[in-house]
Design a protein around this ligand. Structure first.
Ligand SMILES: Nc1ncnc2c1ncn2[C@@H]1O[C@H](COP(=O)(O)OP(=O)(O)OP(=O)(O)O)[C@@H](O)[C@H]1O
Ligand SMILES: [Mg+2]
Length: 263
């Protein structure tokens, strides 16, 4: 009896030590322990970003806090200049906050150096940029192959081809970005983000440059990724119909959350 209590105690201590969480956060569900905090793929706390221009300070994000559970979808809406792209970049570890904290998959990004943040991005993140950010000296196919080659995938070329076919660009594989329309470049950047098989996908106005039909196709692909692979989606959009399809919505204005809704 004493031995089994001791074993249980050691077991509990090792969980607490490994997760660095308050034991009170543990719940007993069916036959396994899990913690409330572990359910969040993204936890943002009092995040602020300030730029200095001349001798003035410009606060573009002001004490933003929110949480997203693994496998859920979140939309961020707000007027131009309200800080949406800045917020996305900070959450994805592409940029560093002035203060506050971002935890991705339980790891605090502010405690990491640039290399460590790049490692986490390669491992977990897909990013669809508002301005595409394709490498101009690489073809569509080569752009999509980059994340696959970083992961040393032997089937990089075939996988990249398959993804480009999925976004309707099977006949544009060897085009360079400057030989593609805005919407086509957008779709290459979507295929590249998918190539990483991300746990969390950040998309900055993913349907912003697309006609209605192509926009719907891209929207379906993104939500399919969420449903089939459990990829968490964080979408910036001006499209309120698209925003209404996500589990949670943040309305930001002047760098502050005006309203947070859970669907
Ligand atoms: N490097 C920078 N230096 C100074 N100010 C910046 C910098 N980057 C962004 N800003 C300012 O931060 C504010 C928020 O920019 P951000 O790109 O996040 O807006 P947004 O909500 O994505 O807008 P849009 O809908 O037009 O894409 C803007 O006023 C912008 O001018
Ligand atoms: Mg933006």
């Amino acid at each position: 009896m004493f031995l089994s209590i001791l074993t249980f105690e050691i077991f509990l201590q090792s969980i607490i030590k490994n997760t660095k969480l308050n034991p009170l956060l543990f719940l007993f569900k069916r036959d396994k322990f899990f913690s409330l905090k572990d359910m969040n793929i993204l936890s943002v706390e009092n995040l602020s970003k300030t730029y200095r221009s001349g001798n003035r300070e410009l606060t573009v994000l002001d004490q933003v806090s929110f949480e997203v559970e693994q496998g859920k979808t979140l939309s961020i809406v707000g007027p131009s200049g309200s800080g949406k792209t800045t917020l996305l970049g900070l959450c994805a570890g592409l940029d560093v906050a002035s203060s506050g904290s971002v935890r991705m998959d339980g790891k605090a990004l502010e405690n990491m150096n640039e290399d460590q943040r790049a490692g986490i991005r390669n491992q977990l993140v897909g990013f669809i940029f508002q301005n595409f950010q394709l490498l101009q000296t690489l073809t569509a196919l080569e752009n999509v192959m980059v994340p696959l080659e970083l992961k040393k995938r032997k089937d990089a070329k075939d996988k990249a081809k398959e993804l480009l076919v999925k976004v309707g660009l099977g006949d544009r594989l060897t085009h360079y970005p400057n030989q593609l329309s805005g919407g086509e470049q957008q779709r290459v950047s979507i295929a590249r983000a998918f190539a990483n098989e991300p746990k969390i996908l950040f998309a900055d106005e993913p349907t912003g440059n697309l006609d209605t039909e192509t926009g719907e196709m891209v929207e379906n692909l993104i939500f399919k990724l969420n449903e089939e692979q459990g990829t968490t989606l964080i979408l910036v959009t001006h499209d309120l119909e698209l925003a209404a399809k996500t589990h949670q919505s943040l309305h930001i204005k002047g760098g502050k959350i005006q309203e947070a809704t859970h669907g």
